[in-house]
Design a protein around this ligand. Structure first.
Ligand SMILES: *Cc1c(COP(=O)(O)O)cnc(C)c1O
Length: 258
């Protein structure tokens, strides 16, 4: 069980909070549907990843009750705790039904712990990180703790700001080739965050053309995780298959979080 100091009982979301989440979820789904229609795409081509960082497990439980199954987190420790709390809050929802995804910057020394809860890692941006993840998965397989390879996305940098993470576009295919060589990793595609002060469309279009090249070498790597609360429509027009939505679903974040 827990070994931290006095774990406070996660309070169940109030009816008011549940109603609020239901309303924002309906709005986000409507935005996705409208963007898909405008782009001539089917709405089921775009999955909704709820970004629950800084929000309590009780909110995740409410979103599970509302039908969501995929959640994104950006801090290893916070996420590990929340995954366990959700399991306690919703014991009848099988763990295998939930897809927890790491979307934040990851240190190599966290590789072992992150693969304990993350079903997909969207933020693989260097060979060294890929190697650390692969060897952590190898250890877990050898121990009998897991059987499947780890699903990963390579994170592309669209602003070449090393502080924001991501692999520069010219190096993306090489990183993908490297990942493919690890039998412990399964490359599903690419993730990116729009530049802070640029039009997202131009950056997303640049990424899309690199995706075409990537697809020639890695036909299974079709996931394109772009689009957040502020730019999901543009991202869907540019081919997004996964929008990562925090603020528009859960509200503003109180804590500073990358
Ligand atoms: C926080 C975060 C999001 C969600 O951003 P919102 O603008 O709140 O929707 C998406 N992707 C990444 C990588 C994030 O860190």
């Amino acid at each position: 069980m827990t070994d931290g100091p006095e774990p406070s009982e996660p309070s169940p979301p109030t009816g008011e909070r549940v109603a609020e989440l239901a309303e924002s979820l309906a709005e986000v789904r409507a935005r996705i549907a409208a963007a898909c229609t405008a782009a001539g795409r089917a709405p089921d081509e775009v999955r909704l990843l709820a970004v629950t960082k800084t929000f309590p497990a009780a909110d995740v439980a409410a979103l599970v009750d509302l039908g969501l199954r995929e959640f994104g987190e950006n801090r290893e420790q916070e996420a590990a705790g929340k995954v366990a709390e959700l399991a306690a809050l919703r014991p009848r929802v099988p763990r295998a039904e939930i897809g927890w995804q790491m979307i934040g910057r990851l240190q190599r020394n966290k590789a072992r712990s992150v693969i304990g809860w993350a079903d997909q890692i969207q933020s693989v941006d260097s060979e060294r990180l890929a190697e650390a993840l692969a060897s952590a998965v190898r250890v877990a397989i050898d121990n009998g703790a897991r059987v499947d390879p780890l699903a990963v996305l390579v994170q592309a940098s669209l602003d070449d700001d090393p502080k924001r993470g991501g692999c520069p576009l010219p190096d993306l295919v090489r990183l993908a080739n490297r990942i493919e060589k690890f039998s412990e990793l399964k490359l599903h595609g690419v993730m990116a965050v729009a530049p802070l002060d640029d039009e997202p469309r131009e950056a997303f279009e640049r990424l899309r053309s690199v995706m075409v090249t990537l697809g020639e070498h890695h036909p299974a790597a079709r996931e394109l995780s772009i689009g957040m609360s502020g730019d999901l429509e543009v991202a869907i027009a540019c081919g997004s298959t996964c929008v990562r939505v925090g603020t528009a679903l859960l509200g503003g974040r109180r804590l500073a979080s990358a």
